[in-house]
Design a protein around this ligand. Structure first.
Ligand code: SAM
Length: 498
């Protein structure tokens, strides 16, 4: 039987990954194929492209993004099917590798399309069972019986009754509500509630202003409110950081480690677009993502600086009037590893043994975090500094704060209490840790950490209340904008280093 050509490409598809060795002219008319087979053909290719980036990132420890962020990027069309295929293929990956090793498939030219082979083998052996079009599909279908025989032998050798018993018992994500933040630079919270109420159950969050809560599983990635930047799909704990900083409209604020920019644009909204924000980001690619986020938000008071925050000269006159700094530095991400589906990655079991909060990676991160926080506290006019991580490790949280306390005290700072009504505070490892804030998966949130420094004795007289939530709420009522602000395009400038 000659191999069937791939199905016709859907209209408007700008770029579909076309693996080498396959028919590169998908526009060729094909025989009648039903829509679901066509969708499955393309979903397998989209999943293979995402899987390639995930596995490469995991192997080199330079992830291009989480599984979710890669699947939900604008280039992936069939997001739901692609996400399911990537997750399932990763779950079955050790078994797929073992079964495929018994065949010659991956020691031949097909090695170049390794990820598509994994996805397709998963789909044929454990998924929909049959795949008609595409040369990789043809290949796996031809070998289906022998692959199944190998699978039975593997089960017998490992003394398990079925394949599911071979899957490791890695934890799955507990469904959490879908949180979203209304971008008050573009719309009012009430108008978003009215719009979403047509289709979903919507509640206002009790603690974070302009935060809405929808039922778990609500998929809004392609909703016009999201694509137009009127709402941001941002976790509750992540939104508590900018609220804790409580920047005033008109202030000059630095977001020290800014990309992808969720907190930067939240700051802009809290400042009603007044004043200025310098968003510093070291990584060039991530600085582009930051630029995209800023553009989507409609904020026009954000200047992006692509450079190292540690190299920003605090004595430079342009930083002399910086009132507040938000420092959300690179961290281990141990508080959101379940959300990121890290447990599906091949490196996970290795990590869980050696990444328990004292690994050399965490220690390196902790050293950087201490340096960056000391630097932030040393800006001459800064009155408020918020430090946050999405880590649960003491080394990246309480230990960082404790280590800078002598410097902070000598500069006139004290630890303040963000969200005093929140029950979970810092680990009791030094006096004053009760000011710190932790969130935990037990609270139905990601694992986050927030510390707030406020300068009591300093050059400025006006000090915001320590209860950031109360103050921000008042401000939102007074200063909410209804209009859409035009975005004046920001130039991605190279930072001048000294
Ligand atoms: N605050 C961001 C948000 O909510 O969207 C997330 C920030 S992420 C945790 C940390 C960022 O800091 C990364 O994009 C990383 O590239 C950047 N970064 C790391 N070291 C840096 C440095 N020395 N200067 C500036 N940015 C840095």
């Amino acid at each position: 039987m000659p191999p069937a050509p791939p199905p016709q490409q859907p209209k408007n598809r700008s770029r579909v990954p076309t693996p080498t060795g396959e028919n590169r002219r998908p526009q060729r008319r094909m025989e009648s194929r039903n829509a679901s087979e066509r969708a499955a053909f393309f979903a397998r290719r989209e999943a293979a492209a995402v899987l390639r980036r995930v596995l490469r990132g995991d192997a080199t420890r330079r992830a291009a993004g989480s599984i979710k962020s890669l699947v939900y990027s604008p280039t992936v069309r069939n997001k739901r099917a692609t996400f399911a295929l990537v997750c399932q293929t990763l779950k079955y990956l050790p078994i797929l590798k073992e079964v495929l090793a018994s065949s010659e498939i991956l020691s031949s030219k097909w090695k170049k399309q390794e990820e598509l082979v994994y996805v397709t083998t998963y789909d044929i052996l454990f998924g929909q069972g049959i795949a008609v079009s595409g040369s990789v599909e043809q290949l796996i279908m031809l070998q289906k019986d022998s692959l199944r025989t190998t699978l039975d032998k593997v089960c017998a050798r490992k003394r398990v009754r079925c394949v599911e018993d071979l899957l490791s018992n890695k934890s799955a994500v507990k469904p959490k509500p879908r949180f979203l933040r209304v971008n008050t630079l573009k719309v009012t919270t009430e108008s978003v509630i009215e719009e979403l109420n047509k289709m979903h159950m919507v509640d206002k969050d009790e603690m974070v202003p302009d935060m809405l809560v929808l039922p778990p599983g609500t998929d809004l990635h392609n909703h016009p409110l999201v694509t137009d930047g009127k709402v941001f799909l941002q976790g509750r704990a992540s939104c508590m950081v900018a609220v804790a900083l409580c920047p005033k409209p008109g202030w000059k604020v630095i977001d020290a480690c800014a990309a992808p920019g969720n907190k930067t644009v939240h700051l802009a909204a809290l400042m009603n677009g007044e004043g200025s924000i310098i968003a510093c980001e070291l990584n060039k690619e991530r600085a582009k993502t930051l630029q995209h986020t800023v553009r989507r938000s409609g904020a026009n008071n954000i200047r992006i600086v692509n450079g190292d925050f540690l190299e920003v000269d605090r004595n430079d006159p342009s930083y002399a009037e910086v009132h507040a700094i938000l420092l959300d530095p690179s961290c281990s991400g141990s508080g959101i590893s379940t959300e990121r589906l890290d447990y599906l990655l091949p490196s996970h079991s290795r990590d869980s043994q050696d990444d328990a909060g004292t690994s050399s990676r965490v220690m390196k991160l902790s050293a950087f975090q201490k340096k960056a926080l000391s630097h932030a506290l040393s800006f001459p006019s800064v009155e408020r500094v918020v430090y946050s991580t999405c880590s649960i490790h003491q080394a990246e949280n309480e230990d960082v704060i404790n280590s800078v306390l002598p410097l902070a005290t000598s500069l006139g700072f004290e630890l303040a209490t963000p969200f005093p009504q929140w029950h979970r505070r810092g680990l009791p490892v030094f006096q004053g840790s009760e000011h710190l804030l932790r969130t935990d998966p037990e609270d139905g949130l990601e694992g986050f950490f927030i510390a707030l420094f406020v300068r009591k004795a300093g050059p400025t007289s006006e000090e915001p209340s320590e209860d950031a939530t109360v103050e921000v709420r008042t401000k939102q009522v007074r200063g909410r904008r209804n209009g859409v602000r035009a975005f004046s395009s920001l130039r991605l400038s190279r930072m001048i280093l000294w």
